[in-house]
Design a protein around this ligand. Structure first.
Ligand code: FA5
Length: 345
């Protein structure tokens, strides 16, 4: 009992003098910790006669409780003191401007792609998708470009050393978005009104206006009594809405095996409005894309009867449109991931 009282008194008086949380923890471990002095005293319990054990046990418990409460009170007192000290030394200027979080921006290619999709959606076109790893069949044969045809050389191709399957030849990285024409015809039949934005690949030497990976937008309309007049109307409406000023379109003859007749489409120069300037090389026109009436072999490949339905298709380089839109003079910047370039949009 004496030992208990001594422990209680000496601990309480030591506690009073403490000024730091570290010394408080040390004292706590030494006195009421698992291997502390109180535990040592309790070990003598077993040597006491039976009738004294209960009394001693109760007294030990009370001592423990008293000390625990005293430690808790002292701890909270010291914590408050340390917190106040911290507040005195640290300053917080609430008028200081905040740290601006770094926010990314939408890539110019995506921005223009979304605009193109919006305009065509408003004109009743659906937006389609197709695989970037394509079969030789859909990329060429289905589009009326057999393996022996010299038109294959128009698009230098990355071939993959693997067969698609027995019917569809080798695998290739698609060289244009046109394969989605036949895929969509097979899936949905006629009539059809679709655009297909997507990434395409060509085995080309790169320069300021050519890349090996770029984006195209395909357009396809199949219905009854369709003519090139509809194509001209749709394209002029599209470009006028995209650029926010009246744009006119002209057709020149062009050759693509999957259209007949085939066309090259130009639109009036936005800068000089057709008068002639440096941008349009003094012609008044900007080259825009390939187009034409869908070849009947392509309609047949898509399972559509060419004696009932006609259609037109077009394909333009979205990447080049973005360059025109923002005055970007090197195509390679678009895929460079250089923040100095991207932060401008
Ligand atoms: C085609 O790819 C045809 N599939 C387009 C088509 C569709 C014609 C439907 C008729 C009917 P072409 O190879 O010309 O055509 O490419 C179309 C556009 O892609 C070009 O006008 C150009 O803007 C862009 N383009 C072609 N090669 C590159 C390149 N290496 N880098 C960036 N853009 C390119």
């Amino acid at each position: 009992m004496d030992k208990l009282n001594i422990l209680l008194d000496s601990t309480l008086s030591a506690l009073k003098k403490l000024t730091t949380l570290t010394t408080l923890s040390d004292l706590e471990t030494k006195t009421i910790g698992r291997k502390g002095e109180l535990t040592e005293i309790l070990k003598t319990l077993k040597d006491l006669p039976e009738d004294q054990r209960k009394e001693f046990g109760q007294a030990a418990n009370e001592t423990k409780k008293t000390l625990e409460t005293a430690f808790a009170e002292k701890r909270s007192e010291l914590e408050t003191i340390e917190m106040n000290k911290k507040l005195e030394t640290e300053t917080c200027d609430i008028t200081e401007p905040g740290i601006k979080p770094k926010v990314g921006s939408v890539h110019p290619l995506s921005k223009v792609q979304w605009e193109v999709e919006n305009i065509f959606s408003q004109m009743g076109f659906s937006i389609m998708d197709g695989p970037e790893i394509e079969s030789e069949y859909y990329n060429f044969e289905g589009l009326n470009i057999p393996s022996y045809h010299p038109a294959r050389d128009m698009q230098d191709t990355f071939f993959i050393d693997k067969q698609a399957d027995e019917k569809h030849g080798r695998l290739v990285l698609r060289t244009h978005t046109s394969p989605v024409q036949v895929r969509t015809m097979q899936k949905y039949g006629a009539p059809l009104r679709i655009i297909v934005p997507g990434r395409v690949f060509r085995y080309e030497a790169t320069d300021a206006s050519h890349d090996t990976t770029f984006d195209q937008v395909e357009g396809l309309l199949v219905d009854k009594n369709i003519s090139l007049a509809h194509l001209k109307g749709v394209l002029e409406e599209f470009l006028t809405r995209l650029f926010g000023k009246k744009v006119t379109v002209r057709f020149r003859p062009g050759y693509f095996p999957f259209v007949e007749p085939g066309l090259e489409v130009d639109f009036s120069c936005l800068l000089c409005e057709g008068k002639g300037c440096r941008v349009c090389k003094h012609s008044g026109w900007l080259e825009f894309m390939g187009a034409g009436m869908v070849h009947e072999n392509v309609l047949k490949a898509g399972g559509i009867d060419p004696s009932v339905y006609q259609g037109w298709a077009f394909g333009f380089g979205l990447t080049r449109l973005v360059m025109m839109r923002y005055g970007i003079d090197d195509i390679r910047l678009l895929k460079s991931s250089d923040p100095r370039f991207l932060q401008q949009f």
